[in-house]
Design a protein around this ligand. Structure first.
Ligand code: SF4
Length: 389
C-alpha cells in the first residue's frame, strides 16, 4: 500500500497527498525511499543545487508571560525576580552587532507581557526602523498579538496594521506548536484554540506581512495529529494563494525539548517514553512535510534542536534551507538545547560538505550575494555534488 502511494508522489506534478495517505507514508514507508522521493520533490520545487541560510539574530525582548505553556522554561510571571524587559537601546545594540556580521533580519519574540501597551511596541518598531533601516523586523507571534490586542482593546487586525505602519516586516509563525485542540489545550490551556493562531496569521497575510509556519511535535500525539496540523496550514495557504497573497514562505518543524519544564518533568514521572523525537522520526517528519505541502515552497532543516549533522541529513530528504545563524536563542534553549548560535562559516561548511551550494538569503527567500567564508577543514573529502533535476 505505502509503495503505491509513494510511487504516486514521484514526478513533477503528483496528486495532492491526502491526510490518510500521508499517515500511511509516515508510519509505514521505507525510510530511505521516503526520503529519496522527498528529495526528488525538493528538486522539482527548488531547482538547482542551492541550499539557503540567513544571517539573522533572535532577540527575546521580554520573558514576562502569563500564558504558562507546560513545555516552556523561558517565561517568568509578572513581578518575578528573574523577569526582564529589554530597553529600546539594549535591543538596538543587539541589532548593531547583527549589522556588524552582515545580518539582514531580526527575529524578535517574547512572552505575553500585560505590562506593555501597544504604543511601547509601535514606538519600538519605529525606533528600530530608523536606527537600522536595512534590517527586516520580523516580530512577535500570534499569541503576542492577541495579548497586545487584549491590553489595548483593539482587534488583532488593527494591532497588526499599526505594527506594519510602524515598520514591521513580518510575523513569524511561533506558537503554532500543534494546531489540533485535543493536543494543544492540554499543553497550553491559556493559549487559545488552533483557530486563533490561524486567524491571526491569515490577517497578517492579508496585510502582506511575511509569515512562516512552524510545528513542534513529540508531545505523545498520534501521527494523525501531526498530519492534521499540516493540513490546517495547507488549507490556510490555499486561502492565501487564492486571494493572491504570498502566504507562508516556509514550514519549520522541530521536536519538543524536555528539560526544565513541566511537560518534561510530568512525562518522566509517568515514565512516558513516547515523547520528544529522535533523528529518524524528525527526518520522516521533514520528508512528509515536503510531500504534503504542495503549496509551500521552502522546508527548513532545524539545527538548533537536532544539531547540524541531522539538519544536514534533512537536506537529502526534502529540506532546501538550513535556517539561520540566530546569534542567540533563549526560549527553546531554556528547555534543553545547548547550541544557540551558528557561525555563517558553520552553515556554509555544513551545506558544502553535503554537496550543495550555500547561498545567503533574506527573510523573503531572495538570494543574496554570498562570499565564501567556509572553513578549510579537510579531514574528509566532501561528497560529489548531486545532479539537479
Ligand atoms: S511558549 Fe511563549 S506563550 Fe507559552 S509560556 Fe512560553 S513565552 Fe509564554
Amino acid at each position: 500500500m505505502w509503495q503505491e502511494i509513494l510511487e504516486s508522489q514521484r514526478g513533477e506534478d503528483p496528486p495532492r497527498l491526502s491526510v490518510e495517505d500521508a499517515i500511511i507514508l509516515y508510519d509505514e514507508a521505507d525510510f530511505n525511499l521516503l526520503r529519496s522521493v522527498a528529495m526528488e520533490r525538493r528538486r522539482y520545487v527548488n531547482r538547482g543545487n542551492t541550499v539557503t541560510y540567513m544571517i539573522d539574530r533572535n532577540v527575546n525582548y521580554t520573558n514576562v508571560c502569563t500564558i504558562n505553556c507546560h513545555f516552556c522554561s523561558f517565561y517568568r510571571t509578572p513581578g518575578h525576580a528573574e523577569s526582564y524587559t529589554q530597553s529600546y537601546e539594549q535591543i538596538s545594540k543587539r541589532i548593531s552587532e547583527l549589522e556588524d556580521v552582515d545580518g539582514v533580519r531580526v527575529l524578535m519574540q517574547g512572552g505575553v507581557n500585560p505590562e506593555l501597551p501597544l504604543k511601547w511596541y509601535t514606538d519600538l518598531i519605529q525606533y528600530l526602523r530608523e536606527k537600522h533601516p536595512s534590517i527586516d523586523l520580523d516580530c512577535f507571534s500570534p499569541i503576542e498579538i492577541e495579548g497586545i490586542a487584549e491590553v489595548c482593546g483593539k482587534t488583532t487586525l488593527e494591532v497588526l496594521n499599526e505594527l506594519k505602519n510602524a515598520g514591521m516586516h513580518g510575523l513569524p509563525g511561533g506558537g503554532a506548536e500543534m494546531l489540533v485542540d485535543d493536543v494543544r489545550l492540554g499543553l497550553s490551556p491559556m493559549k487559545g484554540s488552533a483557530e486563533n493562531w490561524l486567524r491571526v496569521m491569515h490577517e497578517a497575510q492579508s496585510l502582506d506581512l511575511t509569515t512562516s509556519a512552524t510545528n513542534v511535535f513529540g508531545f505523545g500525539e498520534k501521527t494523525l495529529h501531526r498530519v492534521k496540523h499540516m493540513e490546517k496550514i495547507r488549507n490556510l495557504q490555499d486561502k492565501a494563494l487564492a486571494n493572491g497573497w504570498e502566504g507562508f514562505t516556509s514550514f519549520i518543524a522541530w521536536p519538543v525539548q524536555l528539560e526544565n519544564n513541566v511537560f518534561g518533568r510530568r512525562s518522566r514521572r509517568r515514565n512516558q517514553t513516547q515523547v520528544g523525537a529522535g533523528p529518524t522520526e524528525y527526518l520522516r517528519h521533514v520528508a512528509i512535510s515536503r510531500l504534503f505541502f504542495d503549496n509551500i515552497k521552502h522546508i527548513q532543516g532545524s539545527w538548533p534542536t537536532m544539531g547540524l549533522e541531522v539538519a544536514q541529513m534533512a537536506l537529502f530528504g526534502g529540506a532546501d534551507d538550513i535556517g539561520s545563524t540566530m546569534m542567540e536563542e533563549n526560549v527553546v534553549s531554556a528547555s534543553g538545547t545547548e547550541k544557540t548560535c551558528a557561525l555563517e562559516a558553520e552553515l556554509q561548511e555544513t551545506v558544502r560538505r553535503a554537496g550543495f551550494n550555500a547561498s545567503r538569503r533574506d527573510s523573503d527567500y531572495n538570494l543574496l550575494d554570498t562570499p565564501d567564508v567556509s572553513s578549510n577543514v579537510q579531514e574528509f573529502p566532501a561528497p560529489p555534488p548531486l545532479q539537479p533535476v
